[in-house]
Design a binder for this molecule. Structure first.
Ligand code: NAI
Ligand code: MG
Length: 367
């Protein structure tokens, strides 16, 4: 098959890590049996410099039409004082909103070679492979009213509103169960039904979707605070964790620390399936930002960006074997001791961004 990929490198280290993704795509184009059409466009500060917007309408159209969007990172001190509506982050926010990317996938994988970099003990994290699925477009970050009002007595009152509809919970639950079927067939749903009405509805709807469509998958419910505790006590008990926007924001950051460096963490954001083709709109990006402190120094670790391409192969291109190959090559390279500066121990030699990308492609060749 042939796939259209839109590359949006962005700012800072974004273009540096995207160049290494380009290397992996070229290898796949030659060797995988599938071909790729790639197009590159501007986003963030670099789009602002050229067009005075954080992403152009033309780039948005390309993103909507692509099989997958690969996004580097945006922002940096150069654009700290540009107008709010066109600040670099506005490019990413528009992509998420216009493509209705409601499902945010954050894998937490601990490569054995890096288990000592985790905040937890080696036996707790070694071989860890779980997926946190965060609802991204609803909940308390978006619910109205959202305001600070001054009361008659002069005191102020802040209001945020946690809001979820049946539809919003159903569609994220379906993504969770479908992902679990491709993994270890278990979903843990986390909410706070003991104190929140949204938690009651969340629990009911997830249970109903499970009963009606996915009873082959194991489903477990956990209160989100207890879930946070379990995540650091024994994370390997989980497979897919599905939770709302706020809890997912916190729990995915906790899970990130189980696995070591920020330079290792990929993510995916998926939309609803197309009515005709069943394909989901999708954007793949590293969890890290544009790292202005190391930009231009060839220090950036490209693994999070390359692993994001791996997720695109798996979820947007129907290329699970190629995704396994990319993930396996990353594991091989780490097992062989190759480290970028963020991963290297004191006194250990570190390789450049490019050298890491080349090593991963060589490891793909060798598999
Ligand atoms: P950051 O993730 O860019 O950097 C945090 C620290 O991690 C820095 O010391 C950086 O050098 C290091 N780091 C990050 N990625 C790395 C990699 N691949 N290899 C090696 N080291 C890496 O977060 P920070 O410093 O808070 O933000 C910097 C800029 O990035 C800001 O303008 C911020 O707004 C933007 N940002 C953009 C995001 C996005 O595009 N999705 C997400 C987070 C921040
Ligand atoms: Mg966060």
């Amino acid at each position: 098959a042939s796939y259209d990929l839109l590359l949006l490198p962005g700012d800072g280290i974004g273009p540096e890590v995207m160049a290494e993704v380009g290397r992996v795509i070229e290898w796949l184009d030659r060797n995988s049996g599938s071909t790729f059409e790639t197009e590159t466009d501007l986003v963030g500060g670099s789009a602002y410099d050229a067009h005075a917007v954080a992403i152009t309408d033309a780039a948005m159209d390309k993103a909507q039409a692509a099989d997958a969007v690969l996004f580097g990172a945006v922002g940096g001190p150069k654009w700290d004082s540009v107008p709010y509506e066109v600040r670099p982050e506005a490019g990413l926010l528009r992509l998420r909103k216009d493509m209705d990317l409601f499902a945010n996938l954050r894998p937490a994988i601990c490569y054995p070679a890096l288990a000592d970099a985790s905040s937890l003990k080696r036996d707790v994290v070694e071989g860890l492979d779980i997926l946190i699925l965060r609802e991204l477009t609803g909940g308390v970050y978006f619910g109205e009213p959202k305001e600070i009002v001054t009361l008659e007595n002069g005191e102020k009152r802040a209001v945020d509103t946690q809001l979820y509809t049946t539809h919003e919970i159903e569609r994220i639950a379906r993504v969770a169960f479908e992902l679990a079927r491709t993994r270890n067939n278990k979903v843990t749903s986390m909410e706070k039904r003991n104190v929140m009405r949204s938690g009651v509805l969340w629990n009911q709807v997830v249970t109903a979707v499970h009963k009606a469509e996915y009873s082959d998958v194991e489903l477990e419910h956990m209160l989100a605070d207890a879930g946070g505790m379990q995540l650091v006590r024994w994370p390997k008990q989980f497979d897919v964790i599905v939770t709302d926007n706020l809890f997912g924001d916190m729990l995915s950051d906790v899970a990130a620390m189980l696995t070591g460096s920020l330079g290792m963490l990929p993510s995916a954001s998926l939309g609803a399936p197309d009515e005709k083709t069943g394909k989901r709109k999708a954007l793949y990006e590293p969890v890290h930002g544009s790292a202005p402190d190391i930009a231009g120094k060839r220090l950036a670790n490209p693994i999070a960006m390359i692993a994001s391409l791996g997720m695109a192969l798996r979820y947007s291109c129907d290329m699970g074997e190629a995704a396994d190959l990319v993930d396996g090559a990353i594991a091989d390279v780490l097992a062989g001791g190759t480290r970028t500066a963020d991963l290297a121990a004191k006194g250990q030699n570190a390789v450049s961004t490019t050298e890491m990308g080349e090593a991963i492609v060589r490891a793909m060749d060798a598999r």
